[in-house]
Design a protein around this ligand. Sequence first.
Ligand SMILES: [Zn+2]
Length: 460
Amino acid sequence: MSLLIKNGNIITATDIYFADIFIAGETVQIIGKDLSVNAEKEIDASGMLIFPGGVDPHVHLDMPFMGTFSSDTHETGTRAALFGGTTTVIDFVLQKQGNSLKAALDEWNSRANGNAVGDYSFHMAVTDFNNETKKEIKHFIEEEGITSFKTFMAYKGALMIDDRQMIGLMEEVKKQGGMVTVHATNGDMIDYLIQKHRDEGKLSPLYHYLSQPEVTEAEASERFVDMANYTGCPAYIVHLTCEGALNAVRNSTKRNQKVFVETCIQYLLLNASLYEKNFEGAKWVMSPPLREKKDQETLWAGINQGLVNVVATDHCPFMWEQKKIGENDFSKIPNGHPAIENRMELLFSEGVAKQKISLNKYVEVACTNPAKIFGMFPCKGTIAPGSDADIVIFDPDEKHTLSAKTHHMSVDYSAYEGWEVTGKVKTVLLRGKVAIDNNECLVEKGYGKFIKRKKVNEKI
Ligand SMILES: [Zn+2]
């Protein structure tokens, strides 16, 4: 199959130019002005912007958590991602404490393989680092193509590892050419505050927020950054939300340390006042929680300063019935919110259209950097000869309204219900195939491919 996209305005992390794109098979072959090549199909993209397919490096699909499963499967989640212009996602495999990494990977493969519509990869979340786990790291990096290892400094008693394990993991991962990523909040402090609020009968979603104050994230971020500096291990902080945590990273740059930072779309757009809506606030119960308006400003600035490298989602949806498990106790509300489908359009509308970030920056943080940092570039994350033909044709002027009535995620509420958005994903190509067109998905489950990732290159 060959395809010619004509007259589009191509946006990459560095360039903006008008050209035609000729695609044959799964990859981009030629980019040039007024190409005269014969293609089986032509798309006229006049008036449209052309982006690389989005890369969301932080999603949780079909994940067992807090006694239930996140409500998007690999099929529904990757399909919804495609509708929103995200062609590749990275999901998290969670090791069970006491079990091997391999056992967890087998479990995740059994749910994901053959079911994904869009492309996907895995991070390996290490919840129990010991001599046996240590022996598996090399195999994951060299054979499985899983080169990033997630750690939790929080969720005490479930997922959390202590600093002793963290240092050991960092040393081994550095040695083998991988990266350690972290959920950086102080699990002991949070555990204490949750218990204190419950003992005092303070059980509404607001106390989820008050149990995870900014200091819990700032302190853990600084500790993580220091441990990464000590071990020399490539490091990445997931879902960073606040000024205090970003300052820890900012300080580390003074000793020429590079720590990658991801924030998520919700931390740029939403704030903690939503927790004052009684139980409705459960829609936005996630960890870390939404923060203050001043933190939103810090994060937008951090993107432009090059301190915040990636905008992801931490997509982890639960049906309203599942959220109601915590109706009488905030600590039982499954953590997470749906956004996999909304990230690219929201970031364009609130970031580019409102002139907070440039078009190039938009592509950099939503497509290029996540592909580079996690070893998928230049197959993913850009538009260039030889790259996978993952392409989004985007109308920058079309306005529409986000709603659970029209979204494709398997969840019965929208965290952005009624939001007016400027800019709409019109057509999406995944490896040369038209995957989305006219609000219809044209590829089947099973089309999505597992992407083996390269060793880490810190020089992005
Ligand atoms: Zn997460």
